[in-house]
Write a protein that binds this ligand. Structure first.
Ligand code: NAI
Length: 345
């Protein structure tokens, strides 16, 4: 929503390192003169602390109004406790596509020249939370059950999203990742749909390929350059996108976008990093790159390109790097170096 030439957007700093990397990202966006008007909201553990609930109504209302959000990581209790707020937000706003590019910025790591894009289905599969325990002989958790659901409509939507992205970005190949040899219904429907949509609507626009998920995980480590774009179902996409983040220098470098018909939420792929929270050493690059994706999304591609290229200059020319990249810079030192670059004419 644009009001007075400002783009209204919701800002959720999040938990753990979230506020630190959010502050860094806002400083960079200010230096870029990005025309956002932020509506600050809380969720996750910060939501529980401030309002007694992990997904406060005010936060939902804000996103309903702005349809655009930049979000820091949100803590999810393991095992019991509340359901993942990230998953709830994806469901609430039907953010069916999760777009996760993995591109080498700092050369000289284990892998160089990586340029991969993973598109993950974000609303279906084994993430629907259709789970229960069956008690037997006094053991309340004797059996754990989970039901995954993939729909034809959902598979069509995610394949079209990935294929349209491939055409728009001039990608050469899209590989559908599945486990249709074992989960013949759950992921068979996805593979069948991907083949159909490609043959009917995208043939000759790029190469279409398919691979079983376990082989894909291995091949990504052996020779990641054989892939260009991957499209896959929810759980496989979650796992493979972290693997791809590992190929480009770790979670501190990986951005993600959750996109639906009515809203888009941009975030770092990593979590709240409780082990380093509050120490001032988190790498803000993932959230900065997510902000660049957000700038692209609203059509401010010049600013997105400038942000990406100045991040590159700070990391590679100025050699200002945080500890996860082998450097010694604090979050604030990295941010100051980036703001200096962005402020230069
Ligand atoms: P994590 O991603 O928070 O941390 C994994 C490792 O990567 C840690 O050693 C951490 O220090 C490091 N790391 C992460 N981000 C970094 C950064 N920006 N700079 C430097 N190092 C960084 O994963 P973990 O520990 O499994 O999850 C912690 C919490 O975050 C959990 O409650 C989890 O549910 C939540 N989470 C939230 C996500 C989201 O909001 N999108 C995504 C993933 C996890």
């Amino acid at each position: 929503m644009i009001v007075n030439n400002l783009i209204k957007a919701t800002l959720i700093p999040g938990d753990g390192v979230g506020p630190e990397i959010t502050e860094a990202t806002l400083a960079a966006l200010d230096a870029l003169k990005a025309p956002f008007e932020w509506d600050r909201q809380v969720a996750g553990a910060a939501g529980v602390a401030a309002c007694g609930e992990p997904l406060p109504k005010a936060c939902l209302e804000s996103i309903r109004g702005t349809r655009l959000a930049l979000k820091g990581p949100l803590e999810t209790p393991v095992g019991g406790g509340y359901r993942s707020i990230n998953v709830q937000l994806r469901e609430e706003f039907k953010l069916y596509a999760n777009l996760r590019p993995g591109k080498t910025i700092v050369p000289g790591g284990r892998y160089d020249n990586i340029d991969l894009v993973l598109v993950r289905e974000n609303n279906e599969g084994l993430y629907m939370g259709y789970e229960h325990f069956i008690p037997i002989d006094g053991d309340p958790h004797a059996v754990g059950m989970s039901t995954g659901v993939n729909t034809r409509q959902g598979c069509r939507r995610i394949c079209r999203f990935a294929f349209d992205y491939a055409v728009k970005q001039g990608r050469k190949k899209v590989t559908a990742v599945h486990k249709a040899n074992i989960m013949k219904a759950l992921t068979g429907i996805f593979l069948e749909t991907a083949r159909e949509i490609y043959a009917a609507e995208y043939k000759d626009k790029f190469i279409f390929d398919e691979i079983i998920v376990d082989a894909c995980a291995m091949k990504l480590v052996m020779n990641p350059w054989q892939f260009d774009m991957l499209v896959t179902t929810n759980l496989f996409g979650d796992i493979l996108s972290d693997e791809i983040a590992g190929l480009v220098g770790g979670l501190g470098m990986a951005p993600g976008a959750n996109i639906g018909e009515h809203a888009a939420i941009f975030e770092a792929v990593h979590g709240s990093a409780p082990d380093i929270a509050g120490k001032g050493i988190a790498n803000p690059t993932a959230l900065l790159l997510a902000a660049a994706m957000m700038l692209d999304h609203v059509g401010l591609t010049d600013k997105a390109t400038r942000l990406r290229s100045d991040i590159d200059l700070v990391l590679n020319t100025d050699k200002v790097r945080t500890g996860d990249l082998g450097g010694t810079a604090t979050t604030k030192e990295f941010t100051a170096a980036l703001v200096k670059r962005l402020s230069a004419a």
